[in-house]
Ligand binder design. Sequence first.
Ligand code: NAD
Length: 365
Amino acid sequence: MSKILKIAVIPGDGIGPEVIDEGIKVLKKMAEGSDFCFEFTHFPWGCEYYAKNGKMMADDGIEQLKAFDAIYLGAVGYPGVPDHISLWDLLLKIRKEFDQYVNIRPITLLQGAPCPLQEAKRDNINMLFIRENSEGEYAGAGDWLFKGKPEEVVLQTGVFSRKGTERIIRYAFETARRLNKSLTSISKGNALNYSMVFWDQVFEEVSLDYPDVQTHSYLVDAASMFMIMQPERFEVVVTSNLFGDILTDLGAALAGGLGLAAGANINPERTYPSMFEPIHGSAPDIAGKGLANPLAAMWSASQMLDFFGYEQRGRMVLDAIERLLTEKETLTPDMGGTASTSEVGDRVVQLLADMLNQASIPDNR
Ligand SMILES: NC(=O)c1ccc[n+]([C@@H]2O[C@H](COP(=O)([O-])OP(=O)(O)OC[C@H]3O[C@@H](n4cnc5c(N)ncnc54)[C@H](O)[C@@H]3O)[C@@H](O)[C@H]2O)c1
């Protein structure tokens, strides 16, 4: 009997449904000949749903999603619906309600992927960013006083709890230890004299439990320079919500652009479903034209396989993407090709079929 992995699919808006369709093709392929199968349930939530119903998701949406093993999300946001509504009422709501406090963003330059650094060696761009995903600068805490008056004041408060800070740093140390890699903390203790001094202190404290893990600590400004000048400095990286958001887009640029950048929102205790998504948006400018690059959605599918313990199959998806990038025959226009979204999907599935035929995967992993 196959193990059934129940996946809630939220394709969302714009190119979301186009890229998710291709990711699902890949997931179905990767379940072949294994001890598991996927069961996909689609939810129509997003901006179109908002236009009809005045809300981004069903009232009991979170309850409905609880029954799933994971969520696969395309992108949300579309002209006509304010971005802060589409973001807060769907994406951030899921991240918060399901305590997905770890955001994992791999920044790995795959063979054949374009890199703006001409001198960069492939092996030198291989980082794993672990971004705090539940509080920090994106806690939504603050106030808007005397709105519209000359004395108007706006406060946006960063929230760094001991629990929230310690658990993300500990997760990063565990990851670095498991991968036998160094861990770099990125903060800004010189200017943010409460939150980031606290962050640095907790990093120091937790590091005492991991004497085997080599550590580094950088200010965020220096870190952004080093990511360009000496990217090899970074292996596993832990940072706050805001810094992680910005630096991983910089990282995405280093590792092939938005068309290749994936992210996983993880609830490590597995009390709630985790969520896998490409990090790009709904790209209204190219939506519905078959131009969207589906590789980021496939990379997030690979992260999903890793999460379920099928790491060899997850790696195989990345190998297939690498082959596609190296043969350079079936690429979407953003990567200099002329192929459509579904042609790229079909080619990756074909490459995977070849690889699965040749591979022997122990324990169906
Ligand atoms: N996670 C999310 O759901 C998410 C993330 C970012 C933005 N958004 C939303 O998406 C909408 C558009 O935002 P934006 O334009 O700032 O960012 P975007 O990522 O949608 O697009 C930025 C540029 O990159 C291109 N692009 C993005 N993904 C691509 C892909 N897979 N293949 C080829 N080209 C691609 C687009 O055509 C556009 O030129 C907004 O409503 C925004 O709020 C959602």
